[in-house]
Design a protein around this ligand. Sequence first.
Ligand SMILES: [Cu+2]
Ligand SMILES: [Zn+2]
Length: 193
Amino acid sequence: MYPKSNTEVTTETPFWASLYFAIQVRFTGGSGDVTGSIYLSQVGPDGEVEVRGALEGLSRGQHGFHVHMDGKLGNGCKDAGGHYNPLAYTHSSPSSPKRHVGDLGNVEAGADGRAEVELSDGHVSLFGGHGIVGRAFVVHAGEDDLGEGGDEGSKKTGNAGGRVTCGVVELVSEAVEDGRAPQEKSQPLTSGA
Ligand SMILES: [Cu+2]
Ligand SMILES: [Zn+2]
């Protein structure tokens, strides 16, 4: 049954885990106005993490999209803490070599409030060092300025504003329980490219 308890996942997920379990984030935190889920996959510890899914209920435009430190959703997602930043860099853009590991930039919602999420990233990992399983994704009310805002807040958070929803990165077993292979359900475990 979903969700598995948070104690069953750690940031040191073994390699086999991504092959046999779906790794998913269900956005259940915040006020409940914004929902959605994303799937994560990675072909081996050196591969990029692919993130795919969708969010609904957002205001039109750009919304900061980050991995935060702790897999806790309480207090309007504030319990997730700050951006995941094991290297103690300043906040920046996803394309910057020096950034918070959790800095995944923005997702863009259309007039219908829906944001398709499709990105790959070489900083986050589902394994060992810089592992994000057990941590939380947070979606913000406003746009992340990617560290270019020219003020103090920009170098810390990107001035992305409040937290509208959040969810924990978790291994889920329901993909097996409902009779479908995890590969079918999570889709992206295909190419090594
Ligand atoms: Cu954030
Ligand atoms: Zn950041």
